[in-house]
Design a protein around this ligand. Structure first.
Ligand code: NAD
Ligand code: LMR
Length: 327
């Protein structure tokens, strides 16, 4: 989609992901060299001084395309007339926690922000990054009057992780890998699907003959990668998360090349038997003009179907603990 200017809201802009996200948005890398960018940065009041420091650094980059920066602790001000909302602001998990453990703490943030979106933005597309991302997205969508298809949650980081694992195992560059799907929840139940993936255009299952690895270690490595990063860094992923968020935005802004798809958690329309309305990661193609569709007809083995049902069940369980936050 080509635009003269774009307004992007980033919540939690003073946090670690924000610090990796804002400079790349302002540089023109995401929306192209002909599109001016306005950043609408939302933070909680105590974090505003730190955010002012980040804005000083944005100024000091003298980005030619950066038209305007709004800094606020008011969601309606932040979302005024925006084209994209990147919902990052929320607490990260610590070691030994699952992302779902954050739901009662982070979920309520998305009630107010969903309502504020309805009032302030009629043309926004929303990406929820804050965990647990799928169910937070469900909460935001339920509290907003924007069309459901405008909402999505981030599973692109999982997709990128799966690409890297497959490429390393096959001894090929990441660019040789395609058609990997992340099904379901951004959690340890997600199903990274190698059965439909390709390497150099051939089925990945033919190129990688170690099927025990594909059905075992590959899946668990991707499922648990976030926890492994926390164990190693003492903090959750930030640069790779920001990178994936920008990949997600760019994929929805452009037309997906024929024969390809990308993974994003979007409201289920019942495809593949998944309960309607759950925010479920599917293979998705974008038309580059604001629309997208879920790729139909991928074959799922009995092994895959069991995994898909398990991750759907987890999303149903998460939904059942936030019914008071849904309208
Ligand atoms: P961080 O703690 O460094 O930053 C979060 C920021 O959000 C803080 O500056 C905080 O002040 C702000 N914040 C908190 N409540 C807010 C609110 N109501 N409105 C606006 N801002 C608010 O955390 P981070 O490392 O940037 O991670 C942010 C979130 O992203 C976490 O929930 C983390 O688990 C999640 N995450 C998701 C993925 C994914 O792939 N979906 C990947 C990495 C991290
Ligand atoms: C990730 O996948 O790295 C993030 O969701 C952070 C986390 O808590 O694992």
């Amino acid at each position: 989609m080509s635009r003269k200017s774009v307004k992007v809201a980033v919540t939690g802009a003073a946090g670690q992901i924000g610090y990796s996200l804002l400079f790349r948005l302002a540089s023109g890398e995401v929306f192209g060299p002909d599109t001016k960018v306005s950043l609408h940065l939302l933070e909680i009041t105590p974090a505003l001084p730190a955010l002012e420091g980040v804005v000083m650094e944005l100024d000091d980059c003298a980005f030619p395309l950066l038209e305007n920066v709004v800094v606020t602790d008011n969601a309606e001000t932040a979302f005024d007339g925006i084209n994209w909302a990147l919902f990052v602001g929320s607490k990260p998990r610590g070691a030994g926690m699952e992302r779902g453990d954050l739901i009662r703490e982070n979920g309520p943030i998305f009630v107010g922000q969903g309502r504020a979106l309805s009032k302030a933005a009629s043309d926004a597309r929303v990406l929820v990054v804050g965990n647990p991302a799928n169910t937070n997205c469900l909460i935001a969508m339920n509290n907003s009057d924007l069309p459901e298809e405008r909402f999505g949650a981030l599973t692109r980081l999982d997709q990128n992780r799966a690409y890297a694992q497959l490429a390393q195992k096959a001894g090929v560059p990441v660019s040789a890998v395609s058609n990997v799907t992340i099904w379901g929840n951004h959690s340890a139940t997600q199903y990274p699907d190698a059965e439909n993936a390709k390497i150099n255009g051939k089925p990945a299952m033919e190129v990688i003959t170690d099927h025990d690895w594909l059905r075992g270690e590959f899946i668990s490595t991707v499922q648990k990668r976030g926890a492994a990063v926390i164990a190693a860094r003492g903090k959750s992923s930030a640069a790779s998360a920001a990178n994936a968020a920008l990949d997600h935005v760019m994929s929805f802004e452009s037309k997906t090349p024929d024969g390809h798809w990308f993974s994003a958690a979007v409201p289920s329309d019942g495809s593949y038997g998944i309960e309607k309305g759950l925010i479920f990661s599917f293979p998705v193609v974008s038309d580059g003009a604001g629309g997208y569709s879920i790729v139909q007809g991928l074959q799922l083995s009995e092994f895959a179907k069991e995994k898909v049902v398990a991750t759907e069940q987890e999303l149903k369980d998460e939904k059942s603990v936030v019914t008071d936050l849904l309208r």
